[in-house]
Design a protein around this ligand. Structure first.
Ligand code: F0G
Length: 359
């Protein structure tokens, strides 16, 4: 492992469309930990289970890997302004990298449906934040139109540089494991990430050998699962606001990743997502946002259905940090707070420590 990590553009330059003119933009994104499950694995019929904790990226989500390249290429192209639609994480990442590069950032978000942590990031980085009374799909349609008519760079994942940057996570998994897992489980929203991982694995091993590559198993929220039903969802709904998307831009990329790898895209309920989120926090010490827990929720569901034989290895992508969405976390466990008088005696009594005092 590198003692000094220079970031995605510099570390993976040979695999990315960079030129001598591409700015060496970095917030030292990438190189995120691949953490072996020690507890949840015991509930599962699997050989091994790893969590790729993308919440450890500089702005707390996997978006940084692709955003660094998209922003660097926009700067290389002479752009002074970038723009994106976002359920939150893309906007946080775009805002941070725009600042780092010394350019401006405009974000369109669905009003009231973006987690507090993400909104605070976009605002603190000085992005122009426009909340629309519509959903992510509406916002993306507007951004696509504006960026095609005005000198503003689009940095959503339909920008191919985003996918290029994001594919580096697949390289890291192979580098750390020294092999490929049997299954790669990940949440699917706008479907850029599943497209990117599949591209990354294929580039490492060559197109003809897809049978040695991991099967991509993607999970959408039940109320926002167009890739499962095959029909866009007009009014997507889920507690996992990051993946509240009804008409994914990378629809074809996701279906291609699913079919070429021999994987699947399935739905998990909000309840299953929140259960997986709490399990990660309580059993493994990993705090992720709800959308990120969809990967584990899906693996738990497939395990229950008897899908695994006990010899498979699985990597779950944990896409974003739990601190992104404190509201949903607190809502689930507010009643765990114990309110007491500021008295040592009362606290000791409540903790059941009375009588256990040593000299
Ligand atoms: N997990 C998190 C935490 C996300 O923020 C997103 C997408 C996804 C999973 C799904 O990834 O879109 O590549 O399939 N968030 C975007 C945003 C849409 O605007 O931040 P995907």
């Amino acid at each position: 492992m590198n003692l000094y990590w220079s970031g995605v553009i510099s570390h993976f330059a040979d695999y990315l469309p960079v030129t001598p003119k591409t700015p060496e933009l970095t917030l030292q994104e990438g190189n995120t930990p691949l953490i072996q499950s020690q507890h949840i694995i015991n509930h599962l019929k699997l050989k091994s289970l790893f969590f790729k904790f993308e919440g450890m990226n500089p702005t707390g989500s996997f978006k940084d890997r692709g955003m660094v390249l998209a922003v660097a290429k926009a700067v290389e192209d002479g752009k002074k302004v970038i723009m994106c639609a976002s359920t939150g994480n893309t906007s946080a990442s775009a805002a941070a990298y725009a600042r780092r590069a010394g350019i401006e950032c405009i974000v369109l978000i669905p009003q009231g449906k973006i987690a507090l942590g993400k909104l605070s990031q976009a605002l603190m980085h000085g992005a122009r934040v426009i909340a629309i009374q519509g959903n992510f799909d509406d916002a993306l349609a507007i951004v696509r139109s504006i960026t095609s008519h005005y000198p503003v760079a689009l940095v959503n994942s339909i920008n191919p540089y985003r996918i290029e940057g994001q594919k580096t996570a697949a390289f890291e998994i192979v580098d750390w494991m020294k092999c490929v897992p049997d299954y790669l489980a990940l949440p699917v929203g706008n479907a850029g990430n599943i497209t990117a991982y599949w591209k990354g694995f294929k580039e490492l091993f060559g197109r003809k050998e897809t049978n040695v590559l991991p099967k991509m198993i993607g999970f959408q929220a039940q109320g926002a699962c167009p890739l499962v039903t095959g029909i866009p969802v007009e009014k997507p709904h889920t507690v996992a606001t990051a993946i509240r998307i009804g008409n994914p831009a990378s629809w074809k990329g996701a279906i291609n990743a699913r079919d070429e790898s021999g994987g699947s895209i399935e739905a998990v309920t909000d309840e299953e997502i929140l259960t997986a989120q709490r399990m990660l926090a309580e059993e493994e010490g990993l705090f992720v946002e709800p959308a990120s827990a969809a990967s584990l929720a899906g693996v738990l569901k497939k395990n229950k259905q008897g899908f695994f034989q006990g010899k498979e290895s699985v990597v779950c992508i944990l896409t974003g940090h739990g601190l992104k969405d404190p509201d949903i976390a607190i809502e689930q466990c507010r009643d765990r707070i114990e309110s007491l008088e500021p008295s040592e005696e009362i606290i000791v009594e409540r903790l059941g420590l009375s009588g256990a005092k040593h000299d």
